[in-house]
Design a protein around this ligand. Structure first.
Ligand SMILES: Nc1nc2c(ncn2[C@@H]2O[C@H](COP(=O)(O)OP(=O)(O)OP(=O)(O)O)[C@@H](O)[C@H]2O)c(=O)[nH]1
Ligand SMILES: [Mg+2]
Ligand SMILES: [Zn+2]
Length: 355
């Protein structure tokens, strides 16, 4: 398998250091388990581990490889095991806040060209959540595409109403409705371009893995069985996994997400809530919070119905969340650093005393 077929485009070639290739080979992370990695390279797939140096130097989760990353590796035991030495610069990076209370970054996938955001047309459909996924994808300059699954469960009228809602609220996004039961995947297949990397995102149970199996033409990966259908808490896909389709497109499947906490997503918000962003430029105050100021163009547009209340509320929520998380994160990082400094100083004093 050639590296180009694994997605190594010129963007990466321009950033690869020739001297590194004297000692190392290039490979791509194809799966991440709890602590170990699977990589794929010219000689196929194998298990890989990080060097102590990467772990020691890592200051945050961003410094660890994630699925989709290109890495410099050294192979051992006839290419059945490898050690990862360094991450090649990332073209794009999908990340979120770790679920739960802790404020930390969690990487979803790296070097994604297109995010396939899947929502099912039954109870899972939610415009606010779609908006959130779009923000996160666009923050990293990833092209978002919305895939509405399970069209077999609803009427044509229902589908058309949903499509209308989306085009009103989220113009400029490609939307495709489909059913995994119909077998007709042609519209989706046409989007899947050779050598580009796609990432399936969405809640658990919307049919991401079923779609992937359909595209592969075989039941390669486990999907939720009928018996387990009511078992809402369970994720069927347990790890993030990269797969190459027959047509050469690269797809990463991910476990369903319950929360997509937005971290540092100001640019993504600007490019998703374009109407509000444009209005805000004519607010009286440049630091207008659009919540109570007189002369706020956003509020007046809200009052006369030019923007939807739900969209406005989602916008305010995401702006606050993004600021709040990045502030707490940077404070925490600074505290950790200061603590490290203090430990080193105490140690120095002690060492000097002993001498
Ligand atoms: N009616 C209908 N059922 C579907 C469709 N796509 C998937 N399903 C069913 O929905 C259930 C969940 O599908 P999965 O593919 O496992 O869902 P997933 O998004 O991969 O879920 P996680 O791996 O938990 O994130 C399975 O029972 C599928 O058979 C569809 O288009 N129509
Ligand atoms: Mg799955
Ligand atoms: Zn304002």
């Amino acid at each position: 398998m050639e590296l180009k077929a694994l997605g190594l485009s010129n963007w990466f070639r321009d950033r690869i250091r020739g001297t590194m290739l004297e000692d190392y080979q290039l490979a791509r992370i194809s799966a991440v388990d709890k602590e170990s990695y699977i990589i794929i390279g010219v000689s196929g797939e194998c298990r890989a581990e990080l060097t102590g140096k990467i772990m020691y130097a890592a200051g945050s989760p961003i410094d660890y490889p994630t699925v989709g990353d290109w890495v410099y590796v050294q192979y051992f035991d006839e290419n059945t095991f490898a050690v990862i030495h360094e991450i090649v610069p990332r073209r794009t990076l999908l990340k979120r806040k770790t679920p739960g209370k802790a404020v930390d970054i969690q990487l979803i996938a790296a070097n994604i060209d297109t995010a396939l955001i899947v929502q099912s047309l039954d109870s899972n459909f939610n415009l606010q959540r779609l908006e959130r996924y779009l923000v996160v994808a666009r923050e990293s300059s990833i092209l978002p595409v919305i895939l509405l699954s399970k069209s077999d469960l609803v009427s044509e009228g229902h589908i058309n109403a949903r499509l209308k809602e989306i085009s009103k609220r989220l113009p400029d996004v490609i939307v495709v409705s489909f059913s995994n039961l119909s077998g007709d995947m042609s519209e989706i297949r046409e989007m899947l371009i050779e050598g580009e990397t796609f990432c399936l995102l969405g809640s658990s149970g919307v049919g991401k893995t079923t779609l992937l199996n359909n595209l592969l033409g075989e039941e390669t990966y486990e999907t939720r069985t009928v018996r387990e259908k009511d078992d809402k808490g369970r994720h069927t896909t347990a790890r993030r996994q990269l797969t190459i389709l027959d047509n050469g497109a690269i797809i990463i499947d991910t476990p369903g997400m319950r929360e997509l906490g937005a971290f540092d997503v100001e640019a993504g918000i600007e490019s998703t809530f374009t109407g509000i962003a444009e209005l805000s430029r004519s607010c009286r105050f440049t630091d207008c919070s659009h919540t109570q100021e007189t002369g706020c163009s956003v509020l007046s547009a809200l009052e006369d119905g030019r923007i939807e209340r739900k969209q406005y509320e989602n916008y305010i929520k995401m702006v606050r969340e993004s600021r709040h998380y990045s502030m707490s994160y940077h404070e925490k990082r600074k505290k950790d650093k200061d603590f490290g400094k203090m430990v080193r100083t105490v140690k120095k004093i002690k060492d000097n005393k002993i001498k």
